[in-house]
Design a protein around this ligand. Sequence first.
Ligand code: PLP
Length: 222
Amino acid sequence: MSIQENLQTIKSTLPINVQLIAVSKTKPISDILEAYNAGQRAFGENKIQEMVSKFDQLPKDIEWHMIGHLQRNKVKYMASFVHLIHGVDSFKTLKEINKQALKHQRIINCLLEVKIASEETKFGLAIDEVEKILLSSEFKNLKNINIQGFMGMASFTDDTAIIHSEFKNLKSQFEISKKYTCQNFNPTILSMGMSGDYTIAINEGSNMVRVGSAIFGTRNYN
Ligand SMILES: *Cc1c(COP(=O)(O)O)cnc(C)c1O
C-alpha cells in the first residue's frame, strides 16, 4: 500500500473531531511530500534538529508537531515555527519554551505529557505534579505559552484491557483539569494513540492521534 492509500484508509476510520498527526520521524522528505500531496498538513517529529531541517525544505503551510522528549537547550531552534509541543514534562522546560516564545513574540502551544503507563521507562508528569504546575502563580506568569491539554502513551503490551484503562485514566484527568482553566491553560486537546493503539485511544476519548508506521511503514534506525 502507498502512503496515500494508508492515509486514506486511516482517515476514513477517524471520527471528525479527531485530528491525525502523521509521524514522519526518520522518514525522507519524499515520503512527507507524498503525504502532503495527499492533503496531509500536520506532521510529527521527535528530534528538534530533524524537524528544523525538514521545516526548511518543505512547504510552509505544514503544521509541525514536536512529539519527542525535549532537550531544553534546543527549544530555541524550533521556537519560531513549531505548531504544538506535545512532550512537555517539567516546569523548567515550560519556562524555557516561554522564554523562547517571548523572543519571537509569539505564543507557543504545548501539551503536558502525563505518565499513564506502568512501565518505568516512560517520560511524563505524575498527575499531582500537573496540578502543582497549574496552580502555581509562577505558571500563571508564563504569558507566552498556551497549554492546550495533555499527551499520554499507554504501556507497550498486547493486553488491551491495560491500554483501555490507561487511556481512560488520562481522559478522566483531562476532564477534571478543566476546572483549572485560565489564561494560559485551555484544555481542548487530548493527544493519545499511535499506530498500534489509536482505535482504543479514540474509544477512550482521544481527539488527536499520532500515527507513524501505519502511514509510512516501519522505521529503520541505523
Ligand atoms: C514514534 C512516535 C509515535 C508514532 O509511532 P507509530 O507506532 O509509528 O505510530 C507516536 N507518538 C510518539 C511520542 C512517538 O515517539
